[in-house]
Design a protein around this ligand. Structure first.
Ligand code: CAA
Length: 262
């Protein structure tokens, strides 16, 4: 049997619960190799398809969310190796196919590919011990899992250039001030806080949550008016769902909504 490089469990109560995925190479600070990313992708796709799951949380260890792509695996790659294997695109970008919300719960180092993995998630809740960085420049490469594109969108050009060109780390307070992180919590409460945010999402209407995620991603990925046009079509389409009728009727009747997920 192959080694479990990610651990999966289901947490919470109710009709829709949270999938908690833990990156599991603690001795290597969760350095991300192909085998781990294959297992992560498979877990994400399985949970995305499962009706009883409303939200996914990805976390690492106390010391490291992930210290980057696995340098010992990459050191011997040739250009043709990375080209033929479609390195990064083939398995890292599985995350982009996930329609349910994915929260990164980050403690300790999120460096290089680890920072990029966190940025591929929908938002980042960070422990007060978290440190972020794109140190690839120090080993003769550049960020290769979207870091040069997503970091400037998250923190602005000046700070992204500073991080990418010097390879320095940001502590969690700088990361939160800059917009990379949505919430900072004491390390001991990290998983509880992420699960609590996930439980809030699980209790909502899954179709509107998935479409809201798609709309915010348009803002992050494309031009303003394209995004507003996309949002308008999605907004109109939600008036075809039972959950829109139920949500509004419940509000007007001063009772909690009973979403049917359709
Ligand atoms: N790849 C492979 N192994 C790694 C690793 C990585 N990215 N990061 C850490 N490790 C390993 C170390 O080699 C070490 O292994 P051994 O015990 O067998 O020696 C173990 O994890 C513990 O690490 P350290 O002893 O270095 O721990 P530390 O506390 O002294 O330092 C650290 C922690 C500052 C995070 C340091 O490990 C470090 O700088 N790691 C590399 C960070 C990095 O350069 N990341 C970018 C990788 S390239 C990339 O990600 C490309 C991309 O964009 C897709």
């Amino acid at each position: 049997m192959s080694e479990a490089l990610v651990l999966s469990e289901v947490r919470g109560e109710g009709a829709r619960r949270t999938a908690l995925i833990t990156l599991n190479r603690p001795k290597q600070l969760n350095a991300l190799n192909d085998a781990l990313m294959d297992q992560l992708g498979a877990a994400l796709i399985a949970f995305d398809r499962e009706d009883g799951i409303g939200c996914i949380v990805i976390t690492g260890s106390e010391k490291a969310f992930a210290a980057g792509a696995d340098i010992s695996a990459m050191a011997r790659f040739s250009y043709m190796d990375v080209h033929h294997n479609d390195f990064i695109t083939r398995n890292w970008e599985t995350l982009l196919q996930v329609r349910k919300p994915v929260i990164a719960a980050v403690s300790g180092f999120a460096l290089g590919g680890g920072c990029e993995l966190a940025m591929l998630c929908d938002f980042i809740i960070a422990a007060d011990t978290a440190k972020f960085g794109q140190p690839e420049i120090k080993i003769g490469i550049i960020p290769g899992a979207g870091g040069t594109q997503r970091l400037p969108r998250a923190v602005g050009k000046a700070k992204a250039m500073d991080m990418v060109l010097t390879g320095r780390m940001m502590d969690v307070h700088e990361a939160e001030r800059s917009g990379l992180v949505s919430r900072i919590v004491p390390a001991a409460q990290l998983i509880d806080e992420a699960l609590s945010a996930a439980a809030t999402i699980c209790a909502l209407s899954g179709p509107s949550v998935a479409l809201a995620k798609a709309c915010v991603n348009k803002a992050f990925e494309g031009g303003l008016m394209d995004g507003v046009g996309f949002e308008r079509r999605i907004f109109h389409s939600l008036f075809a769902t039972d959950d829109q009728k139920e949500g509004m009727d419940a509000f007007l009747s001063k009772r909690p909504p009973d979403f049917k997920q359709r």
